[in-house]
Design a protein around this ligand. Structure first.
Ligand code: ZN
Length: 154
């Protein structure tokens, strides 16, 4: 009886794996959460070089509005981060705190508030192996806390 049950459970697991999305697709996407305590849920992202695009979904798990506790995700070389953040602040909320046409920005999401989510794609061809990249929130005052490292994996 127990053996038969185990066999059924294993068969169920095998079926679940068979219907799971391919590993390739799963590796080319991630979700970052941001909250009302001004925290991202991760401090590092590793982008597989085999991906054409790397999809990032930003999920705001808090309740505060976008004009009070807005979050976005901006990807730049770490060396460009402070400059892009400063120019983004001047660009203001209408531009999602990113200077329009800023060539230092590799990719960015829009600014969202509590309960919202947004997805954007990083063109992986724009990333070089060994380069030091960062992702951060450019909402005024968030950049020093809400940031992490991004690297191109092999
Ligand atoms: Zn933020």
């Amino acid at each position: 009886m127990i053996n038969k049950f185990s066999a059924l459970a294993l068969a169920g697991l095998a079926a679940a794996f068979a219907f799971a999305p391919s590993a390739q697709a799963a590796e080319c996407a991630t979700t970052i959460e941001g909250n009302d305590a001004m925290q991202f849920s991760t401090k590092s992202l590793s982008v597989p070089a085999s991906c054409k695009e790397y999809k990032v979904t930003l999920k705001h798990t808090g309740q505060l509005a976008a004009n009070i506790m807005g979050h976005n995700v901006v990807v730049t070389k770490t060396a460009d981060m402070a400059g892009v953040n400063g120019d983004g602040m001047k660009a203001g909320a209408d531009n999602n705190y990113v200077k329009p046409g800023d060539s230092r920005v590799i990719a960015n999401s829009k600014v969202i508030g509590g309960g919202e989510s947004t997805t954007f794609s990083i063109p992986v061809a724009k990333l070089a192996a060994g380069e030091d990249y960062s992702f951060f929130c450019s909402f005024p005052g968030h950049f020093s806390i809400m940031q992490g490292k991004l690297t191109l994996a092999k």
